[in-house]
Design a protein around this ligand. Sequence first.
Ligand code: ACO
Length: 335
Amino acid sequence: MSSSDKKPQVRSVSILGTGSAVPDRVLTNHDLEALVDTSDDWIVARTGIRERRIADDKTAASDLATAAARRALESSGITADQLDTIVVCTVTADYQFPSTACLVQAAIGAPRAYCMDLAAACSGFLYGTEVARGLIGAGLANHVLVIGVEMLSKFMNWQDRGVCILFGDAAGAAIIGPHNGRGEILATYLGADGTSAELIELPAGGSRHPITHEAIDQQQHHFHMKGNEVFKLGVRGMEEACRRVLDRAGVTPADVSLLVPHQANTRIIDATAQRLELPPERVYLNIQKYGNTSAASVPLALDEARREGRLHEGDLVLMVAFGAGLTWGASLVRW
Ligand code: ACO
């Protein structure tokens, strides 16, 4: 047998701890009624959102990311100087560069860690966790801090009622490390489709369309989304990702203890759960409090579910997300 025939040794990998952080300021649907032509009834019926958290002018993505990271470290029992890598998943970084991950490294004091940002929008945390699983599984790292953070409020056209009602600011984090008996990541499935990139975009501010006065006049420095089309693809993408990851792990939807979905819209979550025949008590929802927090959505929900005692030892926890790119993915964890 040649060396290339040998299967590489892969270590099992676990989520060792979680943490999250949200701004104090609450923006309710009634507050939004004063900004755009909308109503609490419309927003609740179409999205399930009642309020969201919005950062103040002084707070940037790295501030929330740092707070979430500290809580994740505390819950894992790992210290910052044990971190080998920091991956910050975000499309609303503090700066184009340096990376938000480097800013977090300085804030928490993790001098051994190398740092990178990863842009996969709402699927970011699942992408980041898979990068961590690959590094740890291959023996290239021991402890990786993965953060999903987003501050879309700073890129919002507060006159666009089709978008500004949906999003909130937040950060969620996890410490990923070698399997320690709990929280094992059993399987992950990730997907992307760049041919639909224009469905969710922030057109200006990159090298394609640098910021100009003209770009600003045309609102090109703000978030744009064709919500209706995204909705349909979202339902399809979430179901497909769930089924594929369950197949990979050799289990069925009936085995899932708790679905922790990207909190984009309760109608999307309900449709996904119905297609998988998961009853409401096996679906975690916190969208009513936070809206869509993009890359922070899944880790924030996972952390809240953990702190509320919704995750029990041995439970199969299914995380799923989709977002700009388009990107999507699902990950199955035995808690
Ligand atoms: N208040 C009142 N009316 C509104 C509002 C509002 N806030 N927003 C839109 N409307 C109106 C529209 O103008 C339209 O009116 P018309 O029929 O007179 O033209 C009507 O409501 C229906 O609009 P739709 O866009 O068809 O409404 P829909 O049911 O699709 O809901 C929504 C819109 C909530 C945006 C939905 O499409 C959605 O959730 N899409 C998915 C978004 C998403 O999940 N994105 C994830 C990725 S985000 C990321 O990656 C960062």
